[in-house]
Write a protein that binds this ligand. Sequence first.
Ligand code: DGY
Length: 322
Amino acid sequence: MKKPVVFLTRRLPTAAMEMLAAACTITLWDDEVRPCPREALLNGVAEAEGLLSLLTDRVDEELLAAGPHLRIVANMAVGYDNIDLAACRRRGVTVSNTPGVLTETTADLAWALMLAAARRIVEGQKLIEAGGWGPWYPMQMVGVDIYGSRLGVVGAGRIGQAVLRRAQGFGMALSYHNRTPNSVVEATTGATYLALDELLSSSDVVVVTVPLSDETRGMFGAREFALMKPTAIFVNVARGPIVREAELVAALQAGRPQAAGIDVFEREPIGPDHPLLRLPNCVAVPHIGSATVGTRTRMATLAAENLVAVLTGKAAPSLLNL
Ligand code: DGY
């Protein structure tokens, strides 16, 4: 039987490549690192029935028109703000993402950023590197305590709940904000539902894990930062455009919140002269929430599984727009 043609916008880990090769004819942008140029993507989907995309590939009307045989777009990410779901639905193209497999890894990174920002880890290393570490003195490099403080998670989905669960060992009081209160979240994490403004003004640490949507774009700006405690730590592991970045820079310069840990940016990748990097109270990393060998391999494999299942008429593990 003729295998369906699929287009991959990047070379994937071996396990995923093997799974795809067994069921499909693979065409790809054969590079692991450099992104697939738009032109190559549009040409690549011309004959394809399946597209395996990354969060950096825009899937819109133009792309769908260029790929008239497409039956599935399998995104290798839990977020899918790069995909016009409505356009896919109109054309009968199925979309899948990779939920679940990156939950714990991303929650770990939220905690790494929280602790690094609160305890000035990066600033401390830079101080040593610059030869600025003098004799010990009482208030040298003091930060804020995480143990015993109040954690507020905005967006208590899978990742938000995993962030909350980790707080148990830190003796923290927990709150969360969602569109609506969720009794399962409350029962499993012990967190209390708060309206957003109340969460912002009462939390010592605010962690953002909401997906990017029309509703959440620009959700955090000057007004929200002004509501936070001056000693608050702000962490974003969701999507950059949820935060109005220039307003975060101004807020950090003014010292409210006291510090931030940021994994995601309005426009990625950022360069070395990005204003957040000039602030001693901001820890910035390059969108690495899910970046462990195991998790990235599982994400690629799950995306491949979704793609193969749809093209071979089987039940796919994680579809978005049925
Ligand atoms: C996602 O999956 O949406 C993350 O941002 C990348 O792992």
